[in-house]
Write a protein that binds this ligand. Structure first.
Ligand SMILES: CC(=O)N[C@H]1[C@@H](OP(=O)(O)OP(=O)(O)OC[C@H]2O[C@@H](n3ccc(=O)[nH]c3=O)[C@H](O)[C@@H]2O)O[C@H](CO)[C@@H](O)[C@@H]1O
Ligand SMILES: C=C(OP(=O)(O)O)C(=O)O
Length: 421
């Protein structure tokens, strides 16, 4: 059995929605916890399937995991370092953070390659080079990475690309290494600062998070603590776009507006009316006469690749041609074919797409080929004429907590249906 989401388009969104904790922070914070010797509690944990899969992996490692509402308590004090080769590893990209965390804690990891959305090739060579620079030996045996070290010794590591995953994985491996590690050309995403904040509360010595040079002084022990996860800037951005597309007056709460500046400035350029009040943004939907804009995805604080697909759905409603250049994942355009099935006019040219608007959208049977493609199709479904049926909903559930309920509360007409495979 699998699930589809059916949306009846044309219903205006009104009211308030609360943004959940950040997926891309949470999925790194949970593996980071195993570095501690005593329990860690994190609050604001989103109800997403990536968290379910990580909980399974921690239980395989004999950690005690307690989930209640939006909090998660992990006791890693009786952890056992077993090979991680189960299906749970494939369910998400971020299972790879258990490589850095187990290497940092036990100097040994056996783990198969991670899963996650297919966005074109997603190598982990920079993670591996970082582990090797710290003194680890990395082999690939019978489909699994076998990473071992007699000692982990701090080193200077220059990343060829400011990779989010490599920056966090090297941090996790280095916090208990001997001496000083310097990561140069480190990623600067807010989720990295959140992970460093947790590690610091656990007793790690780290400077420079949020800049392109992060310095880590290794410590011998890390202890338990409590931590509140930052809001999800990608979920917040998705709701800003949904409200622009289909809203009348939508209040989006639990936002850090500074994390969304590149999107907010693009939406303003399109003509979307918004107001920032404390940690909320109110989107006024009276102007649906949008300007076409050009977008180039970049590392933070540039325009987030994870918002490129949702924004493309809105750009189908802009007057004239918009151009999107994808510099992080040049093949991240599988949503375009799905949007075209709904009546969009999008042309692809290598790592670019041209969106010719404004085109009316009509309900169709479409496929969420990946998480943010799913978000783009939800946006399109909200404004399409008739019913849109989105299959492969499990991709959406990896990263959007209670998305059906949040949309229903805002006035959307949406239903989840179980279907035979
Ligand atoms: C769980 C998580 O946080 N996922 C996010 C993370 O993914 P992820 O951590 O996988 O993304 P990276 O920043 O590492 O990847 C960015 C680019 O670097 C390349 N690369 C990366 C590592 C490596 O060893 N070698 C290499 O060539 C990738 O193929 C890609 O082209 O950041 C991406 C870019 O903001 C987001 O889209 C994902 O939502
Ligand atoms: C690509 C994404 O996630 P992941 O890296 O977990 O596959 C995403 O969140 O858009």
């Amino acid at each position: 059995m699998s699930e589809i989401i059916a949306i009846e388009g044309g219903h205006k969104l009104n009211g308030t929605v609360e943004i959940s904790g950040a997926k891309n922070a949470t999925v790194a914070l949970i593996p980071a916890i195993i570095l501690a010797d005593s329990p860690v509690t994190i609050y604001g944990v989103p109800e997403i399937s990536d968290v379910d899969a990580l909980a399974v992996l921690l239980e395989e490692l004999n950690c005690t995991v307690l989930r209640s509402h939006d909090s998660l308590i992990v006791d890693p004090s009786r952890m056992e370092n077993v090979p991680l080769v189960s299906d749970a590893v494939d369910k998400l990209r971020a299972s790879y953070y258990l490589m850095g965390a187990l290497l940092g804690k036990c100097k040994k990891v056996v783990m198969k390659a991670p899963g996650g959305c297919f966005l074109g090739p997603r190598p982990i060579d920079l993670h591996i080079k970082g582990f090797e620079a710290l003194g680890a030996k990395v082999e690939f045996v019978d489909g699994a990475h076998v990473i071992t070290a007699d000692r982990l010794v701090g080193a200077k590591i220059y990343l060829d690309f400011a990779s989010v995953g490599a920056t966090i994985n090297i941090l996790l491996a280095a916090v208990k290494a001997e001496g000083k590690t310097v990561i140069e050309n480190a990623a600067k995403e807010p989720e990295i600062i959140d992970v460093v904040n947790l590690l610091t509360k656990m007793g790690a010595k780290i400077r420079g998070a949020g800049t392109d040079t992060i310095t880590i002084e290794g410590v011998e022990h890390l202890k338990g603590c409590t931590h509140e996860i930052i809001p999800d800037r990608i979920e917040a951005g998705t709701f800003l776009i949904m409200a622009a597309a289909a809203g009348e007056r939508v209040i989006i709460q639990n936002i850090i507006p500074q994390h969304l500046e590149s999107l907010i400035s693009k939406l303003k350029e399109m003509g979307v009316k918004m107001e920032n009040v404390g940690d909320s943004i109110i989107v006024y939907g009276d102007n649906k006469n949008f300007n076409a804009v050009d977008v180039r995805t970049q590392v933070y604080p540039g325009f987030a690749t994870d918002l490129q697909q949702p924004l493309t759905a809105l750009l189908t409603q802009a007057n004239g041609q918009s151009q999107v250049i994808e510099t992080i994942y040049p093949e991240r355009f599988r949503h375009c074919e799905q949007l075209n099935k709904m009546g969009a006019n999008i042309e692809l040219d290598e790592s670019m797409c041209f969106i010719n608007g404004k085109t009316p959208l009509k309900g169709a049977k479409v496929e969420a080929t990946d998480l943010r493609c799913g978000a783009a199709l939800l946006i399109a479904g909200l404004i399409a004429d008739g019913i849109t049926e989105i299959s492969n909903v499990y991709h959406i559930d990896r990263g959007y907590a209670n998305i059906d309920q949040k949309l229903i509360t805002l006035g959307a007409v949406i239903r989840r249906i179980k279907v035979d495979d």
